[in-house]
Design a protein around this ligand. Structure first.
Ligand code: Z5A
Length: 212
């Protein structure tokens, strides 16, 4: 399961409920690392630019209907279609800041009632993040941030179930940051854990695969 490597980039994943601030923080972190001279890219899942991503986008906009299992597999396929590029980038020394990953896949589908082990299965073999940061906010507080749009899943009752799913997925390696702090304070805490993780990857921490 492990591969040896040297001086590689770090795979940083941001997770959390809708409106927790992932997009804002990814942007700020990217800008900071880039200005510091690091090789860094900002990614997000779903990646709506691929063929699979367009099917997902239409589903999220309620323009198409799909069986819960089928959409789960599409979200997973969307990560698989980026896997080799992801590995290439990391090996060449580029750090990737990824807004949502397999944990979103499992949290959202299991919140609909799908079996959690079934949900985890198609993710096996994807690259394991070097760091998962959970931006912690209650569903109620998140809903207050500008309200929800028209996309599927943007409803308080469903977000409460997603929060419960995330809780059962979290392990002690995750870094949890209070997402209700001032945006600059979240940013500061995020930088600290990310720089620390980048250092361990730079020193030769091996890459591994889901689920470790
Ligand atoms: N999904 C899935 O089911 N399966 C999968 O495998 C994957 C995803 C990968 C689309 O995701 C949906 O797909 C998502 C999960 C599901 N559904 N939901 N819910 P998406 O990534 O396209 O959408 P999103 O994650 O929900 O993104 P978002 O709405 O853009 O939220 P965000 O990125 O976490 O937050 P933000 O845009 O940075 O901030 C939201 C607002 O809060 C904004 O006005 C900010 O200015 C404000 N904000 C941010 N931080 C703060 C602080 N600290 N204080 C005050 N206000 C703040």
């Amino acid at each position: 399961n492990k591969e040896s490597s040297s001086s590689r980039g770090a795979l940083i994943v941001l997770e959390g409920l809708d409106r927790c601030g992932k997009t804002s923080q990814s942007g700020r972190l990217y800008k900071y690392l880039d200005e510091q001279g690091h090789s860094v890219e900002s990614w997000r899942f779903p990646d709506r630019n691929t063929g699979v991503g367009q099917m997902i986008s239409s589903y999220l906009a309620n323009k198409s209907q799909l069986d819960d299992h089928a959409i789960h597999l599409l979200f997973s396929a969307n990560r698989w279609e980026k896997r080799s590029l992801m590995e290439e980038k990391l090996k060449s020394g580029t750090t990737l800041i990824v807004d949502r990953y397999s944990y979103s896949g499992v949290a959202f589908s299991s919140a609909k009632g799908l079996d959690i082990e079934w949900c985890k299965a198609p993710e096996i073999g994807l690259l394991a993040p070097d760091l998962v940061v959970y931006l912690d906010i209650s569903p109620e507080k998140a809903a207050e941030r500008g309200g929800y749009g028209d996309e599927r899943y943007e409803q308080l009752e469903f977000q409460k179930k997603v929060a419960g799913s995330y809780l059962s997925l979290r392990d002690s390696s995750w870094k949890v940051i209070d997402a209700t702090l001032l945006i600059e304070d979240v940013e500061k805490k995020l930088r600290e854990v990310v720089l620390d993780c980048m250092m361990t990857c730079h020193k030769g921490k091996p890459m591994s695969q889901l689920w470790p």
